[in-house]
Design a protein around this ligand. Structure first.
Ligand code: CA
Length: 425
Protein backbone atom coordinates (compact mmCIF):
# COMPACT_ATOMS: atom_id res chain seq x y z
CA UNK A 1 0.00 0.00 0.00
CA UNK A 2 1.32 3.46 -0.88
CA UNK A 3 1.38 6.43 1.47
CA UNK A 4 -1.47 7.99 -0.47
CA UNK A 5 -3.56 4.82 -0.16
CA UNK A 6 -2.80 4.64 3.56
CA UNK A 7 -3.87 8.28 3.98
CA UNK A 8 -7.15 7.63 2.19
CA UNK A 9 -7.89 4.48 4.18
CA UNK A 10 -10.86 5.24 6.41
CA UNK A 11 -12.51 3.04 8.98
CA UNK A 12 -16.10 2.89 10.19
CA UNK A 13 -14.53 2.91 13.68
CA UNK A 14 -13.92 6.45 14.89
CA UNK A 15 -10.28 7.60 14.81
CA UNK A 16 -9.62 10.91 16.61
CA UNK A 17 -7.47 13.47 14.81
CA UNK A 18 -3.72 12.91 15.44
CA UNK A 19 -4.37 9.45 16.87
CA UNK A 20 -1.42 7.04 16.84
CA UNK A 21 -3.86 4.32 15.79
CA UNK A 22 -5.45 4.78 12.36
CA UNK A 23 -6.77 1.63 10.65
CA UNK A 24 -3.45 1.27 8.82
CA UNK A 25 -1.55 0.72 12.10
CA UNK A 26 -3.27 -2.39 13.57
CA UNK A 27 -0.78 -2.96 16.41
CA UNK A 28 -1.11 -6.15 18.44
CA UNK A 29 -1.32 -6.46 22.19
CA UNK A 30 -2.82 -8.38 25.09
CA UNK A 31 -5.48 -7.00 27.39
CA UNK A 32 -7.84 -7.96 30.16
CA UNK A 33 -11.37 -6.65 30.50
CA UNK A 34 -13.48 -5.85 33.53
CA UNK A 35 -14.78 -9.42 33.35
CA UNK A 36 -11.14 -10.50 33.72
CA UNK A 37 -10.97 -12.21 30.35
CA UNK A 38 -7.42 -12.10 28.97
CA UNK A 39 -7.17 -12.02 25.20
CA UNK A 40 -5.08 -10.80 22.26
CA UNK A 41 -6.29 -7.60 20.68
CA UNK A 42 -5.66 -4.70 18.38
CA UNK A 43 -6.63 -1.05 18.45
CA UNK A 44 -8.29 1.42 16.09
CA UNK A 45 -8.55 4.96 17.45
CA UNK A 46 -9.53 4.56 21.11
CA UNK A 47 -11.33 1.26 20.52
CA UNK A 48 -9.67 -1.99 21.58
CA UNK A 49 -10.74 -4.97 19.49
CA UNK A 50 -10.93 -8.49 20.91
CA UNK A 51 -9.30 -10.70 18.27
CA UNK A 52 -10.41 -13.92 19.92
CA UNK A 53 -14.03 -12.77 19.82
CA UNK A 54 -13.68 -11.91 16.11
CA UNK A 55 -12.13 -15.33 15.50
CA UNK A 56 -14.85 -17.21 17.41
CA UNK A 57 -17.51 -15.28 15.47
CA UNK A 58 -15.99 -16.69 12.28
CA UNK A 59 -14.52 -13.54 10.76
CA UNK A 60 -11.10 -15.19 10.27
CA UNK A 61 -12.39 -18.56 9.01
CA UNK A 62 -10.67 -18.30 5.63
CA UNK A 63 -7.28 -17.66 7.30
CA UNK A 64 -7.26 -21.19 8.78
CA UNK A 65 -5.82 -19.98 12.10
CA UNK A 66 -5.56 -22.34 15.09
CA UNK A 67 -8.79 -22.05 17.10
CA UNK A 68 -7.12 -20.76 20.28
CA UNK A 69 -4.43 -18.57 18.68
CA UNK A 70 -5.84 -15.36 20.17
CA UNK A 71 -7.21 -16.97 23.35
CA UNK A 72 -3.81 -16.41 24.93
CA UNK A 73 -2.04 -14.19 27.43
CA UNK A 74 0.79 -13.55 24.92
CA UNK A 75 1.17 -13.07 21.17
CA UNK A 76 3.86 -15.76 20.81
CA UNK A 77 1.57 -18.34 19.18
CA UNK A 78 0.39 -15.84 16.59
CA UNK A 79 3.92 -14.55 16.01
CA UNK A 80 5.21 -18.09 15.43
CA UNK A 81 2.76 -18.57 12.52
CA UNK A 82 5.10 -16.46 10.36
CA UNK A 83 4.96 -13.47 8.06
CA UNK A 84 2.60 -14.91 5.41
CA UNK A 85 -0.08 -15.43 8.06
CA UNK A 86 0.57 -12.01 9.62
CA UNK A 87 0.14 -10.34 6.23
CA UNK A 88 -3.04 -12.30 5.45
CA UNK A 89 -4.45 -11.34 8.86
CA UNK A 90 -3.58 -7.70 8.23
CA UNK A 91 -5.27 -7.64 4.81
CA UNK A 92 -8.36 -9.26 6.33
CA UNK A 93 -8.49 -6.68 9.15
CA UNK A 94 -8.06 -3.73 6.79
CA UNK A 95 -10.89 -5.02 4.61
CA UNK A 96 -13.19 -5.81 7.55
CA UNK A 97 -12.83 -2.39 9.18
CA UNK A 98 -12.78 -0.25 6.02
CA UNK A 99 -15.50 2.34 5.83
CA UNK A 100 -17.47 0.78 2.99
CA UNK A 101 -17.36 -2.82 4.18
CA UNK A 102 -20.74 -3.73 5.73
CA UNK A 103 -19.82 -7.30 6.81
CA UNK A 104 -19.16 -6.42 10.45
CA UNK A 105 -20.09 -2.75 10.37
CA UNK A 106 -23.80 -3.47 10.12
CA UNK A 107 -23.89 -6.36 12.59
CA UNK A 108 -24.47 -4.35 15.74
CA UNK A 109 -25.06 -7.48 17.81
CA UNK A 110 -21.37 -8.42 17.34
CA UNK A 111 -20.02 -5.02 18.27
CA UNK A 112 -20.46 -5.38 22.01
CA UNK A 113 -18.55 -8.67 21.90
CA UNK A 114 -15.51 -7.26 20.15
CA UNK A 115 -15.15 -3.60 21.21
CA UNK A 116 -13.93 -2.11 24.48
CA UNK A 117 -12.88 1.45 25.17
CA UNK A 118 -9.15 1.71 25.80
CA UNK A 119 -10.06 3.33 29.14
CA UNK A 120 -11.86 0.16 30.25
CA UNK A 121 -9.13 -2.40 29.65
CA UNK A 122 -5.89 -3.30 31.33
CA UNK A 123 -3.04 -3.58 28.83
CA UNK A 124 -0.66 -6.41 29.65
CA UNK A 125 2.74 -7.72 28.52
CA UNK A 126 2.17 -8.39 24.80
CA UNK A 127 4.68 -11.23 24.48
CA UNK A 128 6.30 -13.86 26.64
CA UNK A 129 9.96 -12.86 26.34
CA UNK A 130 12.13 -15.94 26.51
CA UNK A 131 15.35 -14.16 25.61
CA UNK A 132 16.37 -10.52 25.58
CA UNK A 133 19.39 -8.94 23.92
CA UNK A 134 20.45 -5.31 24.23
CA UNK A 135 22.53 -3.69 21.51
CA UNK A 136 24.59 -0.50 21.74
CA UNK A 137 23.97 0.83 18.25
CA UNK A 138 23.85 4.62 18.54
CA UNK A 139 27.19 6.11 17.55
CA UNK A 140 26.29 9.37 19.30
CA UNK A 141 25.47 7.56 22.57
CA UNK A 142 28.54 5.31 22.44
CA UNK A 143 30.70 8.37 21.70
CA UNK A 144 29.18 10.46 24.52
CA UNK A 145 29.62 7.68 27.08
CA UNK A 146 33.13 7.04 25.76
CA UNK A 147 34.10 10.70 26.16
CA UNK A 148 32.78 10.75 29.73
CA UNK A 149 34.60 7.58 30.80
CA UNK A 150 37.71 7.41 28.58
CA UNK A 151 38.22 10.89 27.13
CA UNK A 152 37.71 12.27 23.63
CA UNK A 153 40.59 10.46 21.94
CA UNK A 154 39.44 6.96 22.86
CA UNK A 155 35.69 7.57 22.85
CA UNK A 156 34.72 4.77 20.45
CA UNK A 157 36.23 1.35 21.12
CA UNK A 158 38.14 -0.09 18.10
CA UNK A 159 35.47 -2.76 17.46
CA UNK A 160 32.48 -0.40 17.48
CA UNK A 161 32.44 0.57 13.78
CA UNK A 162 32.77 -3.11 12.74
CA UNK A 163 30.43 -4.98 15.09
CA UNK A 164 26.87 -4.21 16.24
CA UNK A 165 27.99 -4.50 19.89
CA UNK A 166 25.47 -6.12 22.24
CA UNK A 167 25.03 -8.28 25.35
CA UNK A 168 22.53 -10.81 26.60
CA UNK A 169 20.13 -9.16 29.03
CA UNK A 170 17.57 -10.46 31.51
CA UNK A 171 14.11 -11.30 30.15
CA UNK A 172 12.36 -11.90 33.48
CA UNK A 173 12.30 -8.25 34.53
CA UNK A 174 10.84 -6.76 31.34
CA UNK A 175 7.49 -5.24 32.33
CA UNK A 176 4.72 -3.38 30.57
CA UNK A 177 3.94 0.34 30.74
CA UNK A 178 2.20 1.30 33.98
CA UNK A 179 4.13 -1.08 36.21
CA UNK A 180 6.22 0.87 38.68
CA UNK A 181 9.86 0.04 39.35
CA UNK A 182 11.57 0.16 42.74
CA UNK A 183 14.90 1.94 42.93
CA UNK A 184 17.50 -0.83 43.00
CA UNK A 185 20.08 -1.34 45.72
CA UNK A 186 23.62 -2.49 45.16
CA UNK A 187 27.33 -1.84 45.50
CA UNK A 188 28.70 1.52 44.49
CA UNK A 189 32.18 2.97 44.65
CA UNK A 190 31.93 6.72 45.16
CA UNK A 191 34.57 9.05 43.73
CA UNK A 192 36.67 9.52 46.87
CA UNK A 193 36.18 6.07 48.42
CA UNK A 194 38.57 3.13 48.34
CA UNK A 195 36.03 0.43 49.13
CA UNK A 196 32.47 0.07 47.87
CA UNK A 197 29.37 0.97 49.87
CA UNK A 198 25.97 -0.71 49.68
CA UNK A 199 22.64 1.09 49.35
CA UNK A 200 19.98 2.45 47.01
CA UNK A 201 21.33 3.69 43.68
CA UNK A 202 21.88 7.45 43.61
CA UNK A 203 22.27 7.59 39.84
CA UNK A 204 18.98 6.20 38.54
CA UNK A 205 18.68 6.68 34.79
CA UNK A 206 16.47 5.80 31.85
CA UNK A 207 17.63 4.73 28.40
CA UNK A 208 15.50 5.73 25.42
CA UNK A 209 15.44 2.66 23.20
CA UNK A 210 13.21 0.73 20.86
CA UNK A 211 13.08 -3.06 20.68
CA UNK A 212 12.14 -5.43 17.92
CA UNK A 213 10.42 -8.77 18.46
CA UNK A 214 11.51 -11.75 16.40
CA UNK A 215 9.44 -14.46 14.73
CA UNK A 216 10.48 -18.12 14.96
CA UNK A 217 14.06 -18.27 13.70
CA UNK A 218 16.14 -21.13 12.34
CA UNK A 219 17.47 -24.27 14.07
CA UNK A 220 20.59 -23.91 16.21
CA UNK A 221 23.63 -23.67 13.97
CA UNK A 222 21.92 -21.87 11.09
CA UNK A 223 22.21 -18.14 10.60
CA UNK A 224 19.65 -15.58 9.45
CA UNK A 225 21.25 -13.70 6.57
CA UNK A 226 21.13 -9.92 6.46
CA UNK A 227 18.99 -9.84 3.30
CA UNK A 228 16.35 -12.11 4.88
CA UNK A 229 16.57 -10.66 8.42
CA UNK A 230 13.46 -8.48 8.13
CA UNK A 231 11.35 -11.59 7.40
CA UNK A 232 12.17 -12.62 10.96
CA UNK A 233 11.14 -9.34 12.61
CA UNK A 234 7.51 -9.20 13.73
CA UNK A 235 7.27 -5.66 15.07
CA UNK A 236 8.54 -3.08 17.51
CA UNK A 237 7.85 -1.46 20.89
CA UNK A 238 9.26 1.53 22.78
CA UNK A 239 11.76 0.30 25.37
CA UNK A 240 12.98 2.06 28.52
CA UNK A 241 16.09 0.23 29.68
CA UNK A 242 16.30 1.45 33.29
CA UNK A 243 19.92 1.81 34.37
CA UNK A 244 21.58 2.41 37.75
CA UNK A 245 24.75 4.19 36.66
CA UNK A 246 26.62 3.93 39.96
CA UNK A 247 26.01 0.17 40.24
CA UNK A 248 26.86 -0.24 36.54
CA UNK A 249 30.11 1.70 36.77
CA UNK A 250 31.53 -0.39 39.62
CA UNK A 251 30.45 -3.82 38.36
CA UNK A 252 30.89 -3.73 34.59
CA UNK A 253 34.58 -4.72 34.38
CA UNK A 254 35.34 -7.13 32.76
CA UNK A 255 32.09 -8.85 31.75
CA UNK A 256 29.75 -5.93 31.14
CA UNK A 257 26.28 -4.93 32.42
CA UNK A 258 24.69 -6.93 35.23
CA UNK A 259 22.74 -5.68 38.30
CA UNK A 260 22.82 -2.06 37.14
CA UNK A 261 20.57 -3.14 34.25
CA UNK A 262 18.57 -6.24 35.13
CA UNK A 263 16.19 -4.85 37.79
CA UNK A 264 13.68 -3.65 35.19
CA UNK A 265 13.02 -2.57 31.62
CA UNK A 266 9.66 -1.11 30.59
CA UNK A 267 7.95 -1.51 27.21
CA UNK A 268 4.98 0.07 25.45
CA UNK A 269 2.00 -2.31 25.29
CA UNK A 270 1.22 -2.26 21.54
CA UNK A 271 3.52 -4.06 19.10
CA UNK A 272 3.55 -2.08 15.85
CA UNK A 273 4.24 -4.46 12.97
CA UNK A 274 6.91 -3.98 10.33
CA UNK A 275 4.14 -3.95 7.70
CA UNK A 276 2.74 -0.76 9.30
CA UNK A 277 6.22 0.78 9.62
CA UNK A 278 7.17 0.03 6.01
CA UNK A 279 5.94 3.45 4.83
CA UNK A 280 8.52 5.11 7.08
CA UNK A 281 11.58 3.25 5.86
CA UNK A 282 14.54 5.56 5.19
CA UNK A 283 18.29 5.70 4.78
CA UNK A 284 20.36 5.32 7.93
CA UNK A 285 23.73 6.99 8.61
CA UNK A 286 26.49 6.31 6.08
CA UNK A 287 28.65 3.45 7.36
CA UNK A 288 32.37 4.09 7.15
CA UNK A 289 34.41 1.85 7.16
CA UNK A 290 32.30 -0.49 5.03
CA UNK A 291 30.97 -3.35 7.17
CA UNK A 292 32.04 -6.92 6.47
CA UNK A 293 29.91 -8.56 3.74
CA UNK A 294 27.73 -10.61 6.11
CA UNK A 295 26.24 -7.38 7.53
CA UNK A 296 26.19 -5.31 4.35
CA UNK A 297 22.74 -4.22 3.20
CA UNK A 298 21.79 -2.90 -0.21
CA UNK A 299 18.48 -1.29 0.67
CA UNK A 300 17.54 1.45 3.15
CA UNK A 301 17.02 -0.31 6.46
CA UNK A 302 16.42 2.54 8.91
CA UNK A 303 12.97 3.77 9.98
CA UNK A 304 11.91 7.34 10.63
CA UNK A 305 10.34 7.15 14.10
CA UNK A 306 10.21 10.33 16.20
CA UNK A 307 10.95 9.75 19.89
CA UNK A 308 10.27 11.86 22.96
CA UNK A 309 11.12 11.53 26.67
CA UNK A 310 9.27 13.31 29.47
CA UNK A 311 9.85 13.44 33.21
CA UNK A 312 6.83 13.99 35.41
CA UNK A 313 7.45 14.64 39.12
CA UNK A 314 4.59 13.69 41.46
CA UNK A 315 1.53 15.94 40.96
CA UNK A 316 3.02 18.18 38.29
CA UNK A 317 2.89 18.39 34.52
CA UNK A 318 5.45 16.45 32.48
CA UNK A 319 8.52 18.22 31.05
CA UNK A 320 9.93 17.09 27.71
CA UNK A 321 13.64 16.50 28.25
CA UNK A 322 14.68 14.87 24.96
CA UNK A 323 13.59 14.39 21.36
CA UNK A 324 15.40 11.85 19.23
CA UNK A 325 14.72 9.56 16.27
CA UNK A 326 15.15 5.84 15.61
CA UNK A 327 16.74 6.67 12.23
CA UNK A 328 19.87 8.01 13.96
CA UNK A 329 20.97 4.46 14.85
CA UNK A 330 24.17 3.47 13.10
CA UNK A 331 23.40 -0.26 12.94
CA UNK A 332 20.04 -1.35 11.52
CA UNK A 333 17.80 -4.08 12.94
CA UNK A 334 18.61 -6.29 9.93
CA UNK A 335 22.33 -5.94 10.66
CA UNK A 336 21.80 -6.59 14.37
CA UNK A 337 19.83 -9.79 13.74
CA UNK A 338 22.24 -11.03 11.05
CA UNK A 339 25.16 -10.42 13.39
CA UNK A 340 23.36 -12.01 16.36
CA UNK A 341 22.82 -15.28 14.48
CA UNK A 342 25.98 -15.42 12.32
CA UNK A 343 27.57 -17.88 14.75
CA UNK A 344 24.51 -20.15 14.61
CA UNK A 345 22.76 -18.69 17.67
CA UNK A 346 19.03 -19.44 17.41
CA UNK A 347 16.14 -17.05 18.13
CA UNK A 348 12.52 -17.81 19.04
CA UNK A 349 9.15 -16.18 18.44
CA UNK A 350 8.81 -13.40 21.02
CA UNK A 351 12.50 -12.76 21.64
CA UNK A 352 13.19 -9.11 22.27
CA UNK A 353 16.16 -7.19 20.89
CA UNK A 354 16.63 -3.64 22.08
CA UNK A 355 18.51 -1.01 20.11
CA UNK A 356 20.63 0.57 22.79
CA UNK A 357 20.12 4.17 23.87
CA UNK A 358 19.10 6.27 20.87
CA UNK A 359 20.92 9.59 21.07
CA UNK A 360 20.85 12.13 18.26
CA UNK A 361 23.46 14.65 17.13
CA UNK A 362 22.31 17.58 19.31
CA UNK A 363 22.30 17.98 23.10
CA UNK A 364 18.48 17.96 23.24
CA UNK A 365 18.43 14.61 21.43
CA UNK A 366 20.37 12.60 24.02
CA UNK A 367 18.60 9.46 25.20
CA UNK A 368 19.72 9.22 28.83
CA UNK A 369 20.12 11.47 31.87
CA UNK A 370 23.81 10.51 31.95
CA UNK A 371 24.22 12.42 28.68
CA UNK A 372 21.50 15.09 29.07
CA UNK A 373 22.92 16.25 32.41
CA UNK A 374 26.45 15.22 31.36
CA UNK A 375 27.32 13.01 34.37
CA UNK A 376 25.52 15.39 36.73
CA UNK A 377 27.52 18.47 35.71
CA UNK A 378 24.64 20.17 33.83
CA UNK A 379 21.39 19.57 35.75
CA UNK A 380 18.17 19.78 33.75
CA UNK A 381 15.57 22.34 34.71
CA UNK A 382 12.02 20.96 34.84
CA UNK A 383 8.85 23.04 34.31
CA UNK A 384 8.05 22.99 38.04
CA UNK A 385 11.39 24.72 38.77
CA UNK A 386 13.11 21.65 40.18
CA UNK A 387 16.39 20.27 38.85
CA UNK A 388 17.38 16.76 37.86
CA UNK A 389 20.78 15.14 37.46
CA UNK A 390 19.20 11.69 37.59
CA UNK A 391 15.71 10.32 38.29
CA UNK A 392 14.30 10.90 41.78
CA UNK A 393 11.86 8.72 43.71
CA UNK A 394 8.25 9.15 42.52
CA UNK A 395 9.31 10.63 39.19
CA UNK A 396 7.40 9.14 36.26
CA UNK A 397 9.31 8.73 32.99
CA UNK A 398 7.23 8.75 29.82
CA UNK A 399 8.52 7.77 26.38
CA UNK A 400 6.52 8.24 23.19
CA UNK A 401 7.13 7.25 19.58
CA UNK A 402 5.34 8.05 16.34
CA UNK A 403 5.92 8.22 12.60
CA UNK A 404 4.67 11.04 10.41
CA UNK A 405 4.96 11.66 6.66
CA UNK A 406 2.99 14.10 4.51
CA UNK A 407 0.42 14.53 7.28
CA UNK A 408 -0.09 10.79 7.77
CA UNK A 409 0.63 9.61 11.29
CA UNK A 410 0.80 6.37 13.19
CA UNK A 411 2.48 5.58 16.46
CA UNK A 412 3.21 3.42 19.46
CA UNK A 413 1.41 5.36 22.17
CA UNK A 414 3.68 5.49 25.20
CA UNK A 415 5.54 3.64 27.90
CA UNK A 416 5.23 5.24 31.33
CA UNK A 417 6.58 4.05 34.64
CA UNK A 418 7.28 5.52 38.02
CA UNK A 419 10.38 5.03 40.14
CA UNK A 420 9.33 4.09 43.66
CA UNK A 421 11.68 4.32 46.68
CA UNK A 422 13.97 1.34 47.27
CA UNK A 423 12.28 -1.47 49.22
CA UNK A 424 13.45 -1.33 52.84
CA UNK A 425 14.25 -4.94 53.67
CA1 CA B 1 20.54 -0.36 27.18
Amino acid sequence: MTLQQAKELESWVNVPKNSDFPLFNLPLGVFSTTSETVTCGTRIGDSVIDLNALHQLGYFDDLKLPDDVFMQDALNDFISLGKDVHRAWRSKMIALFSKDNATLRDRDEHHKEIFSSVDDVQLMMPVFVQDYTDFYSSKEHATNVGIMFRGKDNALMPNWLHIPVGYHGRASSIVVSGEDIHRPKGQQLTADAEVPAFGPSKMMDFELEMAFITTEGKPLGHRIKVEEAEDYIFGMVVFNDWSARDIQKWEYVPLGPFLGKNFGSSISPWVVTMEALELFRCEGPKQQPEPLPYIQTNKPSAFDIALEVQIQPEQTEPTTVAKSNFKYLYWSMAQQLAHHTVNGCNVSAGDMMASGTISGPTEDAYGSMLELAWKGTKPLQLNDGSERKFILDNDTVIMKAHCERDGFRLGFGEVRSKILPAIDD
